[in-house]
Structure formats: structure tokens, C-alpha cells
Design a protein around this ligand. Sequence first.
Ligand code: CMC
Length: 426
Amino acid sequence: MSKKTMTLTDNRNGNTYELPILDGTVGPSVVDISTFYKETGMFTFDRGYTSTASCRSEITYIDGDKGQLMYRGYDISYLANEKTFLDTAYLLLNKELPTAEELENFSEEMKKRSFIHEGMKKLFDSFPDRAHPMAILSAGVSALSTFYFDHLDIDTPQEYTEMANRIIAKIPTLAAFSYRYSNGLPIIYPDIKKGFTENFLYMMRSYPHNYVDLRPIEIKALDTIFTLHADHEQNASTTSVRNVGSTHAHPYAAISAGISALWGRAHGGANESVIRQLEMIGTVDRVDEFIARAKDKDDSFRLMGFGHRVYKSFDPRAKALKAIRNDLVEELGINSELIEVANKIEQIALNDDYFISRNLYPNIDFYSGLILQSLIIPKVMFAVIFVIGRTPGWIAQWIELQEQDVIKIARPRQLYVGTQDRTPEY
Ligand code: CMC
């Protein structure tokens, strides 16, 4: 069978180059330019990698035009509606959904490993009050490498599994402790009778002698948020994890880098901005004014939680969360001005030609912000919640990278536009 190629002509000299075309199982084909520099003496230029596939992957597939997201071939709505976050984490790591027994064992592993070394409390103690939980979490994950150094150099599937279980199980504890310490609150240890998601909410909201009782709908809502964030292909934080992983740095360093990348407001901070904006709008009677501002070409104001770079028909994650938001508000009897403001904005945007013609639908951050607010999670923890959800995805991507035959260190080139050959002055 003849290989598919693309012919490229250099109009400066008429030279032609045959570039191989590679097909995936679904989605756009790619032009293989790995020998491009060797053959042409030129680099390619793609700021922000908008046209660049940086790896082969079997983990996650996104079709932005169709509004489709799949983990290991399973549609996200199936996973969000029918499965738990631990099912999804297991799927990402092991390529298959767990049987009932495998899920039970995985869940027990998570409980058993959810405690952190007592020595780490000194680390938490050393941060000042009001330190941002994302900073503490990132430092905490990096510090895991000083307590669990048997995982600094690993290369067998058993070692990968042990490392994955350890990090995924400890992240919620580190996350809850980050919040409690930054607010001077007593820490609540994990309760091994509770499931993964319930345990995190319990550690966030309880006080000694006042252990909170959580409603199943609250646990389901947060569990679904974790599931919907579990992976999203080669986004900025995942690319950071892979870049660090490509240097053979240990997984704690790679995950810590992922957390740092996620912290930026262009990545993990959007749902916090949604709530801040709704609070700024404040009352239902001010909504029209802000809708008008969002539509005004001369105003830089944008409606937070609307639109998406990749999803151009709808965000499938938002669809899954919308129903849960409705159930939660109804069951908890939430009746706040903020919810009313959000409802009015949503209704206008879904029916207004400005938003419809530009495919500006509510995205995942619109609903996750509202849900987290209803779960009494402080805004400063929203990005931390994203980290808990995304950790299995980062680890699955790290493992996939390590299991490749050849690991190429990530090392892009540049278009140099600085000065040259300057004469030193003596
Ligand atoms: N409010 C009002 N107008 C908007 C908005 C918005 N939120 N988003 C885009 N537009 C308009 C924009 O002004 C432009 O109009 P025109 O064609 O008249 O010039 C048109 O829609 C296309 O905008 P764009 O900036 O080219 O679209 P993009 O695909 O590059 O941007 C986006 C995507 C998410 C950055 C943008 O929609 C936005 O800023 N949204 C608000 C922030 C937000 O909710 N971010 C979270 C995204 S989900 C993150 C995740 O997946 O984790």
C-alpha cells in the first residue's frame, strides 16, 4: 500500500518535499514534520501549538464541532451519568472500566493511602495565613517526593500503579489541608469509612465534634465535577506534565508542574471568575446592562462561563452539569440572588442572536462555578477541585509517555528575532 504524503513546494527555489501523512483512528490526520529541519533546513512556526499534535495518544478524544468528548472511547455523558469518578480514574489508568471487584479494591487502596506522612504537617505549618491553597498544594505534591522517594525512579507497571494510587489518594487530603491551614482551621483527618469524594467534602466542611452530614446529591455533584475534569487531551497543564516527564523527572515533579500551569486564570481559574462576575453584577435588574456590555464591540467585557475555544456547538461537560445544578438547587432549596442572576443570564444568552450566531453557549465553568458555590466550597478552592479531578488524567498521560519505545525530550526551537554579532565595547 502506498504511503499517503503531502507535497510541499518551496517557491523560492522550486524544491519539493514529500511529507508523510499519518491517520489516527478518528479526527484530523497529521502531517509528520519530524524530519522537516533535516530535509529543508527550516523550522515550522506555530505559536501556542494551534496546529501541532505533540504526541500520539490513546487516552482522550475531543471533537469540538460535534461537542464530543471521550475517555478511552467512552462518551463523557455515559461516564458522568452512569459511573463514578473512581471508575473513570481506573479507566484512564488501566484502559478498561473496572469490574465491581476491581472497583472495590481500587476504592480500598484510595482509603488506605489517603493519609499523608505526619512530618508533612511541618511543611503546612510553615506557610503564612491566607497563603493560596494552590501554592500549598503544588509545594505539597513536590514535597511528597521527599517522603516517598521510592518513586523517584520507576519503570515497571507495578511501580506505576503504586505511584498513581499514592498520588490520587493523597491529593484530596493535601488539598483539604491546604485550605484548612491557610485559614487557621483545625485539620480533619480522612475517614476511611467514607468514599473518595465524600471524604474530601467531609475534610473541607467538618469541625472536630461537628462532623458534617453530606447529602448524596452533594457527593454526586462533586463526583461528577471530578469526572468531567479528569482529562482533556493535550491542554496547557497536561502538556506541562508531559514536558517535565520527557526529561525523566519523577512524577511528583511532573504533577507539581501541572498544578502550576493549571493555576493560571486562562486555564483553571475560569469558574472562579464566573462567580466573581455574578457577584459583581449582583442583582437581576442589572443583567441587561451587562449583556449589552458583552455585546458591545468597544467594550472588552465578556460574559464569563460562555464560549469555548474548542467546543463550537456545545460543551458536552456543561450539558452533563446543567441537570445536576438544577437538581442540587432544588433539593437544597437554594434561593439566592446569585442563582437568579445566573438563570437570567443563561436564559438571555441561549435565546439572543449575538450569542447563538457566535456559538457562545454556557461552558463547564459556568455550571461548575455555580455548583461549587452551592456546595459551600470557597472560591479560592475552585482551581484545587480541578486539580483533584485532573490528577488521574495527568498520571495516565505521564505513564503513556514513559511506556513509549523512545521518549524524545520536549525541546521546541524558535524564530530568533534578536540582535546578533554585537561588537563589545572595551
Ligand atoms: N462574551 C461575549 N462575547 C464573546 C464571549 C463572551 N464570553 N466569548 C467570545 N465572544 C465573542 C467575541 O467578542 C467575538 O465576537 P466578534 O466575532 O464579533 O469579534 C466572537 O465571540 C469570537 O470570540 P473569540 O475570542 O474569537 O473566541 P475564542 O474561541 O477565541 O474564545 C474563549 C474562547 C473561551 C476564550 C471566549 O469565549 C471567552 O473569553 N469566554 C469567557 C471566558 C470563559 O468562560 N473561559 C472558560 C472557557 S472553558 C475552559 C476549559 O475548557 O477548561
